[in-house]
Design a protein around this ligand. Structure first.
Ligand code: MG
Length: 379
């Protein structure tokens, strides 16, 4: 890493280390190694066939979780580099942040949450951590990917108090209401920038929302006016691409400027000071916070609850809950190693145990695999 990293940045030297101690690499920093392990994981490869709003087979133009994760990494790296923070770490967190997501985006997740209600619940954030801590099976020396504390801290964005209590050092900040590293804070906001804007983009592309629906929001219309003035001959599609590009650029600029201003005011001297603040130092200015709230509300009312999206949502719900209940009832429908783990867990801790193995298996499915499995079950 460049020597100019800020003294409150996360670095391999101030890292809290890995659960299973390892020797350092000759050529890579510890956070580069984290990133490389994530890229080589099976869960990462599956992100290409998982979606957020649109189902994977609906069209090749929409975002998948993989392209979303790459966009988050791109935004987060820009911000981290501009602020002299650790680019390797934000990249690792960005690429891993959605590894625990179920097939069919939010709908699949809500369905699995419901299925698991009596068996300890299902939180996608916690599941991402479970993937990197336990479920990936690649290395003979340890379970999971054995990532650094800082990467795991960034992956676990939210966590219920009940779960925080059983997570040891990693859960402490949710109990004490402390903050994670600035790198984790950056990735969290880069995620919001990426999904709000790409949902607008995918929504426009699908025809479910129109430019005329968006002009009521000043954040959108201001950029549209500038775009039209600068390039009067653009088609609507070209216009919307330019407006979205400009919105992302203005969000990133505001984020860097406001966060640098916070840093000048609070003068943190170390990563430990960052972690002890009550509020995140990485944030937008007040007016941008408001405009993002408005945009989110717009998407909820106009895109996520659009009849066509609702139709996909209820299909996804039906598929995920049918798969879960069928597999819980008959473990043998799963591949042998999962069936054996479910039997074993059932023997040791009862239904909570086997339901967790089934949930892990269903959550790991891609959209098309889940769909195919469901169709085979129905035959
Ligand atoms: Mg995300």
């Amino acid at each position: 890493m460049p020597e100019s990293l800020a003294n409150y940045a996360a670095t391999p030297n101030n890292s809290r280390g890995r659960l299973h101690p390892e020797d350092n690499s000759d050529y890579r920093t510890e956070f580069q190694r984290d990133r490389d392990r994530i890229i080589h994981s099976a869960a990462f490869r599956r992100l290409v066939y998982k979606t957020q709003v649109f189902v994977n087979h609906e069209g090749d133009l929409y975002r998948t979780r993989l392209t979303h994760s790459l966009e988050v990494a791109q935004i987060a790296r820009t911000v981290a580099r501009a602020m002299n923070l650790n680019e390797d770490l934000v990249e690792a967190i960005s690429l891993a942040h959605d590894l625990g997501h179920t097939p069919f985006g939010h709908a699949g997740q809500d369905a699995l949450n419901e299925c698991m209600r009596d068996y300890g619940g299902f939180e996608h954030n916690l599941q991402s951590l479970r993937v990197v801590d336990q479920l990936e099976d690649r290395y003979p020396q340890f379970p999971g990917l054995n990532l650094t504390f800082e990467a795991r801290e960034g992956i676990l964005k939210h966590c219920s108090l009940k779960n925080a209590r059983i997570l040891g050092e990693l859960g402490q900040r949710f109990i004490k209401r402390h903050q994670p590293s600035l790198e984790a804070q950056i990735t969290n906001i880069a995620d919001q920038i990426a999904y709000n804007n790409h949902d607008v983009d995918d929504g426009l592309r699908s025809g479910l929302i129109k430019i005329s629906d968006l002009v009521g929001m000043s954040f959108f219309s201001e950029q549209l006016i500038i775009t039209k003035k600068q390039y009067p001959k653009l088609t609507e599609r070209q216009q919307s691409k330019e407006v979205i590009r400009r919105m992302i650029a203005s969000l990133v600029t505001d984020l860097i400027e406001t966060s640098m201003c916070n840093i000048r005011e609070f003068k943190p001297e170390s990563i430990d000071m960052i972690r002890q603040y009550k509020y995140p130092l990485i944030n937008f200015s007040e007016s941008f916070i408001e405009s993002q709230k408005t945009l989110k509300l717009f998407l909820r009312e106009n895109l996520y609850s659009h009849p066509k999206v609702r139709e996909m949502t209820s299909q996804a719900h039906e598929i995920v809950s049918t798969l879960f209940l069928s597999l819980l009832e008959n473990h043998k429908l799963m591949p042998l190693e999962h069936a054996l783990s479910a039997n074993q867990a059932h023997k040791e801790i009862g239904l909570n145990g086997s339901a967790r193995i089934v949930a892990d298996y269903v959550a790991g499915m891609t959209d098309r695999f889940a769909l195919q499995f469901y169709e085979d079950l129905k035959k």
